[in-house]
Design a protein around this ligand. Structure first.
Ligand code: UDP
Length: 235
């Protein structure tokens, strides 16, 4: 597999074409941003850690019947993936209230809602990724109702699988963001990454944060937290 042309760059990753039209290479960087790009830094080895964490999680999900874009990890920072067209939607699950929902609705962080919360944001940096509902998503032409049904079903299943994987390792999956894409064959698959950049992980008992909140809130030991997550799910 040959890495060819640079396609585009996101906040934490770069995407390259390959010698096969339906495959891309995703390169994981150490760059970290928060608050819609206002806070910027480099977290040493984050790219290496998130590449491996995403590989482990996507492989576990595939084994349980969730289709993903992931094909294989090529080296420390690169992974080979199916080329997809990303739905411009951030799909969020909240098992406990934290972050933006805690602030927006003035609910104490860590509060357990009576039901699992399925949330959508419009992936648009200029607008600050605004919260939308399913009617907005369809009206904006981001997806169809049928596609949203598929996305929601996969997302709830992913939440069950991930919550149980992390629970077994002494970690609470507080919330997470995922993205979906459509392959050239028209299949809807889980894409992007699942890592401490995109999830909130709290250690059971202590509620110690093992995710990007350590960077957002200047709590220190960011790399150590990512290493801890990789070690726990590598067992
Ligand atoms: N999240 C993400 N990318 C974003 C926004 C949120 O990966 O652009 C993740 C975040 O890490 C958390 C979950 O989605 O696990 C919910 O985030 P929230 O809406 O609370 O926003 P935040 O507090 O991160 O601004």
């Amino acid at each position: 597999m040959e890495k060819r042309d640079f396609l585009y760059e996101g906040k934490a990753k770069q995407v390259y074409t390959t010698d096969e039209l339906d495959k891309i290479i995703i390169h994981y960087k150490d760059d970290a941003t928060a608050f819609n790009g206002v806070k910027k830094a480099s977290i040493s080895n984050k790219g290496i850690l998130n590449n491996k964490i995403t590989e482990l999680i996507f492989t576990k999900l595939e084994k349980k019947g969730i289709p993903t874009h992931f094909i294989k990890r090529l080296n420390e920072r690169d992974q080979l993936c199916k080329k997809v067209t990303i739905f411009p939607i951030e799909v969020i699950i909240r098992n406990l209230i934290a972050g933006s929902m805690s602030k927006r609705l003035s609910i104490k962080e860590g509060t357990k809602p009576t039901n699992t919360i399925f949330e959508l944001s419009y992936k648009n940096d200029d607008l600050g990724d605004p919260l939308i509902n399913s009617d907005h998503a369809v009206a904006l032409g981001l997806c169809t109702y049928d596609e949203l049904d598929v996305i929601k079903n996969y997302t709830l299943k992913i939440n069950d699988l991930l919550s149980s994987i992390f629970d077994n390792e002494g970690i609470i999956l507080v919330d997470f963001k995922i993205e979906f894409g459509k392959t050239v064959d028209g299949d809807i698959v889980l894409a992007d990454e699942i890592s401490p950049d995109t999830c909130r992980f709290w250690e059971k008992g202590t509620h110690k944060k093992l995710d990007k909140d350590r960077f957002r809130r200047d709590l220190g030991s960011v790399e150590e937290a990512y290493i801890e997550i990789l070690e726990r799910i590598s067992k």
